[in-house]
Design a protein around this ligand. Structure first.
Ligand SMILES: Nc1nc2c(ncn2[C@@H]2O[C@H](COP(=O)(O)OP(=O)(O)OP(=O)(O)O)[C@@H](O)[C@H]2O)c(=O)[nH]1
Ligand SMILES: [Mg+2]
Length: 437
């Protein structure tokens, strides 16, 4: 990780902060263990230590205190025993739960959302990322200001996990100031979104198809982009290494070009404030022509992670697009028994790869080329000189390979999406068998 705010804070402190993780296991949840393993990684990524884990079996989360009275007492003893700085609950706490737990335990009380926000705050590097994180943090604080006396409570808590980031100094502002700041950030963000929209439009003009690399955090998305394009994106064994989308051009074997975009990883219980704030970043997938779904095939929790990725895509209203699923990290698996190979029935194509060793990447590029060609049809037609409008449609929405002036008109060769055939006045000229559409 780069020298971050976090590292700085910790240099100043004598020791890393220590937390006890707390989760409630209900009948409805079957992934408490994995979710806690992930929370442990999140806390470590945020620069703190985990000293113990406490799980309470309950029919439902306690509405006032998250866990029951007996468990709170047990936690208080444990916290004293470990000299822990606080606890981290595995669900987003309501304002009341947060306040009550703080009062009962008299230590720092964090939740999963705060830890994720904290990591994002330390990692955001572009102005867009910073605005997005600050906005998410302020919204989170804002919803917890009610009756919390946050000024007092935060100064008692001091620095460390859950208090960092661009919002740090602003935590103690009153509600009105926070509201003003949110409004200001929102207008800055609108500006950024407009800019992004312009960039997207420009990209469209180059008529290069866009493939968005999506997947669970730590699946290997950045490693894949680096491997394919020398993109030099930070990749590491930490959650949320990537916050800002990076786009690079990839030239396929048939010489066609495609833009590959690396995106923010998904995670279970991705805080809603973050989804809202990062919508323009996360939405890269929405404007892509094709989705490349990277899965960490070496992770026991792979199936659930894939589900979460598809759910998040749905939440982001990423419509029906072709999906190539890449089962990554195959270098760590024994793939000789083909019946043990993982499958993704939602994908149009599945490839087994290792972004680390390069295994399977030729097959992936081939699959990418096939799908991209499949969505476009080849055109070769001589337009009259008066057909400028039609040629403009091809220029704008397709790939114009050549444009030669002849005595009869303009000979145009290229590719265009099937959906634009009518607008380019071409449908009647195409022979179905030529293009297999
Ligand atoms: N063994 C093995 N490790 C891999 C492979 N691909 C990626 N990794 C490792 O997995 C970790 C995460 O890789 P990243 O590329 O940062 O993952 P990411 O999906 O971009 O993660 P976020 O940006 O955090 O969402 C790193 O430690 C990589 O070295 C692979 O094919 N094999
Ligand atoms: Mg990454």
């Amino acid at each position: 990780m780069e020298k971050s705010l976090m590292a700085k804070t910790h240099d100043m402190e004598e020791r890393e902060e220590r937390f006890i993780l707390v989760a409630v296991q209900t009948d409805e949840r079957d992934d408490t263990r994995q979710s806690l393993a992930e929370l442990r990684e999140l806390v470590k990524t945020a620069g703190a230590q985990v000293c113990d884990v406490v799980i309470q079996n309950r029919e439902a989360v306690h509405p006032g205190t998250y866990i029951g009275k007996g468990k709170i007492e047990e936690l208080a003893c444990l916290a004293a025993q470990y000299d822990a700085d606080g606890i981290v609950c595995d669900d987003e706490l309501s304002p009341a739960q947060l306040k009550n737990l703080e009062e009962e335990l008299n230590c720092k009380v964090l939740d999963r959302t705060l830890v994720i926000l904290d990591i994002f705050a330390a990692r955001a590097s572009t102005s867009e990322g910073k605005i997005q994180v600050e906005m998410a943090q302020l919204k989170y604080r804002m919803s917890r200001l009610a009756g919390l006396g946050l000024g007092l409570s935060m100064s008692r808590l001091g620095g460390g996990v859950g208090t960092r980031g661009p919002g740090e100094k602003k935590i103690e502002m009153d509600r009105r100031l926070i509201r003003d700041r949110i409004a200001q950030l929102k207008s800055e963000l609108d500006e950024v979104v407009r800019h992004r929209e312009v960039t997207r439009q420009q990209r469209k003009k180059t008529s290069m198809p866009v493939a968005a690399i999506v997947g669970y955090t730590n699946a290997g998305k950045s490693t894949l982009l680096n491997r394919l394009t020398d993109a030099d994106v930070l990749s590491e064994d930490k959650l949320f290494a990537t916050l800002d989308p990076t786009t690079r051009e990839l030239v396929l074997t048939d010489k066609s070009r495609v833009l590959l975009t690396d995106t923010v990883g998904f995670i279970r219980k991705l805080p809603h404030h973050l989804i809202d704030a990062f919508r323009s970043t996360l939405e890269e997938a929405r404007y892509a022509d094709i989705i490349v779904h990277v899965v960490d095939a070496s992770n026991d929790d792979m199936e659930r992670q894939m589900e979460i990725v598809y759910d998040t895509l749905q939440e982001l209203e990423v419509g029906d697009k072709p999906v190539i699923t890449l089962f990554n990290k195959c270098d760590m698996l024994d793939m000789t028994d083909s019946s043990a190979k993982p499958r993704d029935f939602k994908a149009d194509k599945t490839v087994y790869i290792s972004a680390k060793t390069g295994q399977g990447l030729d097959e992936f590029e081939e699959a990418l080329g096939d799908i991209l060609r499949g969505s476009k049809v080849y055109i070769e037609h001589c337009y009259g000189f008066a057909d400028a409008g039609k040629i403009q449609v091809i220029r704008q929405y397709g790939q114009l390979m050549s444009e030669d002036y002849t005595a009869d008109g303009i000979m145009v060769k290229g590719y265009i999406g099937k959906e634009y055939l009518d607008r380019a006045g071409l449908s009647s000229y195409l022979k179905k068998e030529d293009n297999e559409y």
